[in-house]
Ligand binder design. Sequence first.
Ligand code: COA
Length: 157
Amino acid sequence: MELKPEEFAQKYLSQMEIRAPKTEIEWEEYYTLRYKILRATLDQPLGSERNDGDKTGQHFALFSEGRIAAIARLDQAEDGISQVRFVAVDNAIRGKGFGRLIMEATEKASIEQGNHKMVLQARDYSVDFYLRLDYTLLEKTHLLFGVIQHYKMEKVY
Ligand SMILES: CC(C)(COP(=O)(O)OP(=O)(O)OC[C@H]1O[C@@H](n2cnc3c(N)ncnc32)[C@H](O)[C@@H]1OP(=O)(O)O)[C@@H](O)C(=O)NCCC(=O)NCCS
């Protein structure tokens, strides 16, 4: 019988680990996943998946069965306010709760660091995912690369 997403996550939770990449190979895998999911599909060149915020942001990678299944970066946007960016789950394992787990890890870290709010810019097709995670839709914002509409969303803790 197929497991529900939350059952799947629970079952494999003990084999999972969420942390920043450590080795060169892990960092390569981390940025490769970011590129594959968030840039290659938009015909953007290799390297476009990285920016200056990578030096200051906190990096989250969900390791499952020895590979990175989901990623996110947590930035300090303003005093008391975090921003999560570059959230992505590998194509083949969507809908199994990994997106929720990586987001919960960023929220936990944000709270522990004394913040009271998370903000994010959601791609149009990911708005429903964030709504499921109790984010509030605030406003329509920019059109990334002229094609993907973004929406500002937030969650107050
Ligand atoms: C958006 C994304 C991160 C979701 O990851 P995921 O692992 O598939 O999501 P989960 O399985 O953890 O889903 C969590 C909840 O959101 C719901 N959900 C996930 N994607 C959804 C969607 N596109 N529409 C509606 N609901 C969705 C799930 O049904 C689940 O609901 P439940 O927990 O109440 O049953 C993933 O699809 C992705 O990487 N997409 C491409 C990149 C992207 O859009 N990133 C965000 C950029 S802002």
